[in-house]
Design a binder for this molecule. Structure first.
Ligand code: MG
Length: 350
C-alpha cells in the first residue's frame, strides 16, 4: 500500500467515509491536503491560486463596499438549501442591496472534529455553485478545527467585496414621505423552511427556503433608472425589523397594506400553527426597495421581468411621522402597529 502514497503526502483524503480531525486545522500537511483536495477542488480560481498570506486583487471602479456575516444555521441542510449556499447568498445580497456589484468573497470555516468530510464536500460544492451563479470569486479562506462538542458541525463566516459605481447612493436614511415601498416576493419562506424542518411539520406543498443571490435583480433595478432611495434584504427579524430600521434611520413613518404583502399559503399555515407572524420571519432571497412614487410602476415592471422578482408587489408608502412608527392596514380593515421584536424569536436561522 505504501507504494501508492506519494512522497511527502498522506494518501488521498477519504471524502466518502473520512471525518474532520484536529490535524486538519493544525497548519501542517493534513490541513494543506484538506484545502487542496476538498476546498480548492471546488473553489479554485486565479486569485486563490496565488497561495500567499494575502490575495492581491485588481482595483475596481467606484467605491469599495464590504460586508461580513457569520452563518450558524441549524440544521446545516434544510429544504431549499444549506449553509454553504446561504453563506454566499447572504453576503452577496448585503453588498448588492448597497447598489454595488459584488465581485469577491472570503470565507472562514470553523469545523468540529468528527464532522463527515462528505457533508463538508457537499457544503463546499454548494458554495462553489452559489458563487458561480452570482459571478463572485472566493479569493481567500481560513479553516480552523475545534474539538468535538465545542462546535456544531460547521460555522462559516463570509466577507463580500464589491464596487459601487459613481452616482449610486442608497442608504437607510433616504426614505422620504410620499415614497413607496416594494418587496421582491413572498415573505417568511426561509425562516419557516428551517422551522418546519426543526419541528418536523409537513404540508401538502413543502416550504422551501428562498435562499438566492439578488445581485442580478438589483443590477436590473438600478439599470431601470428608477429613483431608488433604499434597498435592504429583510433577513433576521423579517420585513417588520427591516422596515422599522429604515423608518428610524429616515425619521419617517411607514403605512403597510397587509393584503398586498405576498405570503405563500404554506408559510401562512405554518406561521399560524406555531403562533408566528410572517412579517417577523427571516428571508434570504428577498429585498425591499423604497423609491419615488412616480417610478413605482417602472421599477415594479423591471422586478416582475426578473425570475427573482416575479411576485414583487407594492406594499406600502412612506409618510410623515417623527416617531418613525410602522403601521399596517390589516386584511380586516383595522390598523395595527408593526413592531420589531425585542428578543431572538428564532435562533440560528442563518
Ligand atoms: Mg442585510
Amino acid at each position: 500500500m505504501s507504494g501508492q502514497v506519494k512522497k511527502g503526502y498522506a494518501r488521498a483524503l477519504d471524502i466518502k467515509h473520512g471525518r474532520v480531525d484536529m490535524s486538519h486545522g493544525g497548519g501542517g500537511r493534513a490541513m494543506v491536503q484538506l484545502i487542496t483536495e476538498l476546498f480548492a477542488k471546488h473553489l479554485s480560481n486565479e486569485y486563490l491560486a496565488q497561495g500567499n498570506d494575502g490575495t492581491c486583487l485588481p482595483q475596481g471602479a467606484g467605491q469599495l463596499v464590504v460586508s461580513t456575516d457569520s452563518h450558524v444555521v441549524s440544521p446545516l441542510f434544510f429544504p431549499g438549501g444549506d449553509i454553504g449556499g446561504l453563506s454566499v447568498h447572504g453576503t452577496v445580497n448585503d453588498v448588492a442591496v448597497m447598489g454595488a456589484t459584488p465581485l469577491y468573497l472570503t470565507a472562514g470555516f470553523i469545523l468540529e472534529e468528527g464532522f463527515p468530510l462528505a457533508d463538508l464536500a457537499r457544503i463546499v460544492e454548494s458554495m462553489a455553485k452559489a458563487a458561480n451563479e452570482a459571478g463572485v470569486k472566493l479569493v481567500a479562506g481560513d479553516t480552523k478545527v475545534v474539538e468535538q462538542g465545542k462546535g456544531d458541525g460547521v460555522f462559516i463566516t463570509t466577507t463580500g467585496i464589491g464596487f459601487l459605481p459613481a452616482g449610486i447612493h442608497l442608504s437607510g436614511n433616504l426614505a422620504r414621505p410620499g415614497d413607496v415601498l416594494l418587496v421582491s416576493g413572498s415573505v417568511g419562506d426561509h425562516g419557516m423552511a428551517i422551522m418546519s424542518k426543526r419541528e418536523n411539520l409537513s404540508f401538502d406543498a413543502p416550504i422551501l427556503s428562498d435562499t438566492a443571490s439578488l445581485n442580478g435583480l438589483t443590477a436590473a433595478m438600478l439599470a431601470s433608472g428608477a429613483a431608488i432611495r433604499v434597498m435592504r434584504d429583510p433577513t433576521r427579524g423579517g420585513l417588520a425589523a427591516t422596515i422599522n430600521e429604515i423608518a428610524q434611520q429616515s425619521g419617517v413613518g411607514v403605512h403597510l397594506e397587509e393584503a398586498a404583502i405576498p405570503v405563500k399559503p404554506e408559510v401562512e399555515a405554518a406561521c399560524e400553527l406555531l403562533g408566528l407572524d410572517p412579517l417577523n420571519i427571516a428571508n434570504e432571497g428577498k429585498l425591499i426597495a423604497i423609491c419615488a412614487a412616480e417610478d413605482a410602476e417602472k421599477l415594479l415592471a423591471t422586478m416582475h421581468a426578473h425570475p427573482l422578482g416575479r411576485q414583487a408587489a407594492l406594499i406600502g408608502k412612506v409618510v410623515e411621522d417623527p416617531n418613525g412608527f410602522v403601521q399596517m392596514k390589516t386584511k380586516f380593515g383595522g390598523r395595527r402597529m408593526v413592531d420589531w421584536l425585542s428578543g431572538e424569536q428564532l435562533p440560528r436561522i442563518c
